[in-house]
Design a protein around this ligand. Structure first.
Ligand SMILES: Cc1cc2nc3c(=O)[nH]c(=O)nc-3n(C[C@H](O)[C@H](O)[C@H](O)COP(=O)(O)OP(=O)(O)OC[C@H]3O[C@@H](n4cnc5c(N)ncnc54)[C@H](O)[C@@H]3O)c2cc1C
Length: 328
């Protein structure tokens, strides 16, 4: 057993290391400190001649070892090829803990790896820690978000997936003398059952800007109708931000599902999150409580959102937002 923490280093379709890799490395360093400085490692599946492109990023984000596998076919993600290669690599690395970003790729890959390795997988974690017995403790919402469950795995690697933006990214100042180790896996006779013919991006402005937005103005049931969401949009435009919604607002047809924040939507961590007419149910707040500053506008002074916000305005959003727009 390598006793280390292995992070799956996802490469995006445009050949960048996914930002979630650095969020997981930051958390892995924290866990490593509680495990007698167990090595923080990465698994990278890349096409030939690319390793040098990534070296500096791994060194600066605190990785002790990077295990990489090279194959021409890794230029495009396919489930069976990546899973076959990853499983063989992990068997050689034999880590104690494995962390994977809950991206489209990670969500596809992680259960295949855990099934093949006969180990447990805790998906969509919101917290990771080492308990008093030195066991990896993965926390995630359960029972429809009514409870937070901390799950331990009997087998190893103890696996967890974490959505992007749940943890803070590495400040890129933990410089290590990273070892880059090339692994061989047997893909000689591998024939993929699938072929990617085309990748197309859904072009909707708010959806594409939400991930990187520094300011988000979100509306809930309290914004009532399209006029209310029009106000949200005007405020977001004034601030140079973008809009988002609670699940109820999506269900009311006021916003598309792609901009829903929360347990069954997206996780965001902007500099400023303005929650308008949103009560602050746990299923919503776990998608936005890492925002740097939260402002809530709500008529109900006892709304749970006031328990997590930095600034609260008690009052009718239909009166407050036009005033804010005017002031801005
Ligand atoms: C399995 C599961 C998954 C879920 N996933 C998600 C998820 O991903 N995201 C999510 O958001 N929810 C999710 N939910 C739903 C969640 O439990 C809440 O029901 C939802 O977040 C409530 O949305 P809301 O705050 O818009 O509405 P409400 O809870 O109805 O709150 C509306 C708020 O608006 C205020 N208000 C009313 N009028 C005004 C006004 N004029 N001005 C200002 N304030 C006003 C009210 O005081 C109230 O606090 C999930 C639920 C389950 C069971």
């Amino acid at each position: 057993m390598n006793k280390g923490i292995l992070v799956y280093a996802e490469v995006t379709s445009d050949c960048y290391l996914h930002t979630v890799v650095f969020e997981l490395s930051n958390k892995a360093l924290e866990l490593s400190a509680k495990l007698d400085n167990a090595p923080v490692m990465a698994l990278l599946l890349i096409k030939p001649d690319l390793i040098n492109e990534y070296k500096e990023a791994f060194q600066k984000s605190g990785f002790d070892k990077v295990f990489y596998v090279v194959d021409e076919r890794f230029s495009k993600y396919t489930t069976d090829l990546f899973a076959t290669a990853a499983i063989q690599a992990i068997e050689q690395i034999n880590p104690e803990i494995m962390l994977i970003g809950a991206t489209c790729q990670g969500r596809d890959l992680a259960p295949r790896i855990s099934t093949a390795l006969h180990t447990g997988l805790t998906a969509d974690c919101t917290g990771l820690d080492i308990d008093e017995k030195g066991k990896f403790a993965a926390t995630r919402p359960t029972f429809g978000g009514q409870l937070m469950a901390t799950i331990l795995s009997k087998n190893s690697p103890q696996m967890a997936t974490v959505r992007p933006k749940v943890f803070k990214p590495s400040p890129m100042d933990v410089v290590r003398d990273t070892a880059f180790i090339k692994l061989s896996v047997n893909l000689t006779n591998f024939v993929s059952r699938t072929e990617i013919l085309e990748l197309s991006k859904k072009i909707v402005n708010e959806i594409n800007t939400l991930d990187s937005a520094e300011i988000i103005v979100a509306g809930g049931r309290g914004m009532k109708n399209s006029e209310g969401f029009g106000l949200i949009k005007q405020l977001a435009d004034k601030l140079g931000g973008t809009i988002a919604a609670s699940r109820v607002a999506v269900e009311m047809g006021l916003a598309p599902q792609e901009i829903q924040i929360g347990q069954t939507g997206k996780t965001v961590s902007p500099k400023l999150y303005i929650a308008c007419g949103i009560s602050g149910a746990l299923q919503h707040t776990i998608g936005m409580n890492c925002s740097k500053k939260i402002i809530a506008i709500n008529t109900d002074k006892d709304a749970p959102i006031f328990g997590i916000c930095d600034y609260g305005m008690i009052g009718d959003a239909f009166e407050i937002i036009p005033k804010l727009i005017k002031m801005l």
